[in-house]
Structure formats: C-alpha cells, structure tokens
Ligand binder design. Sequence first.
Ligand code: ZN
Length: 220
Amino acid sequence: MTAPDSRSETALAPTDARAVLVVVDVQNDFLPGGSLAVQDGHAVVPVINRLAGQFTHVVITQDWHTPGHISFASSHAGKQPFETTTLAYGTQVLWPDHCIQGSEGAALAADLAIPHAQLIIRKGFHPGVDSYSAFMEADRTTSTGLAAYLKARGLSRVFVTGLATDFCVAWTALDARQAGFETWVIEDACRAIDADGSLTKAWSDMTAAGVGRIRAADLG
Ligand SMILES: [Zn+2]
C-alpha cells in the first residue's frame, strides 16, 4: 500500500466509492457540560455535519459503558479521575463516569445531523475492558468487528473525525492503519483532551504510522 498522499486529489475525494467518514464519540458526556468534557468539543459538530454531507459512507462510534465500568475511577478504591492503574492488559487511565449505556450522557450530540450514517458501532461495553479504538479493544485482542465490516463493503479509505484527538481518534486511526486501511485524520474536525503531552505524542505516533493529517478544506 502506498502511504496517504495529501497532495493527491483523487486520494482525498469524499465521493470516492472506497471512502468512509468515521465520526468518533460525538456524545454529550464528551461535550461541554458533560462528565468528561473535551474543551471546545462542540466546535466539531458543524464541521462534521458539513463533511458528512460530502460522504456517501459514514460510520458513527459511540462509547457505551456498563455502570461500574473498569475504566471509571469510581470503580477503584482510592483513585481519582485521570490517575492510572494497572490492569491485566496494561496501564489504564481512569476517567470520570461517562457514557453509561442508555444515559443522556451517552447519547449522540443532538445537533449531529447525519441521517444517512450507515452504522453506529458501540464500544467499551465489556465491563472489564476499555476500548478507545473503534477497531480493537484495549486488551488488543478483542475486535469490535469494524475492520471486517469495512472490508466486506469495499471501504478502504478511512477519514477519522471526532473526540478526542489524542485518545479515541488516535487509537482508531492507528488501528485503521494496522488493519491495512489508508487513513487520514481531519484535524479541524477533532478536539483533544491533551493531558501530559498526550496530543503531541498522538500526532507523533499517527505520523509515524502513516496516518495523513489533513483539514476539512483539503477534501475536494
Ligand atoms: Zn469511555
């Protein structure tokens, strides 16, 4: 596979039959006023709505946790949000309770306007495993099924947007590359948490993996 080339107009055409827009976790709890709000998170909504109108194929992800999920600080005695703990699958950042199945916080942003989205894929629903990525859960062995779905439908060019750049967007983009997809992150359609240099590291990892870094205006 050739690396994504931001200078190639054909590679960046949203109307390409192989192109799919992936909208990551644009949910109330990640928006201002939510329990795990990403600063300026709401700014992505109009950008994503405009982008989605350009794409034939759109997939939405939804963080979807059980009450008492292992990624919640409240599930670990003596731990505060944004501290870490060690789980069987590695280091886990502990978060405020968020995106509990069926809650208002887990609902997609009310003004996200993508009626033609073809799939909403939920992740993080196993009580003992987190899943930042839309492709692979945090144990790095449990698949969400998204790669097989995209491949079965001939969708090989993945454009990632949403929240948060340095966690669920980055992990999704890195796993898309790992699974063999051409992958771009649309920078101005994302916002970051940026804790302890996590945003710089995320871009460094994504660039090294061949993820293209573009802006919405780059799409023809
Ligand atoms: Zn979560």
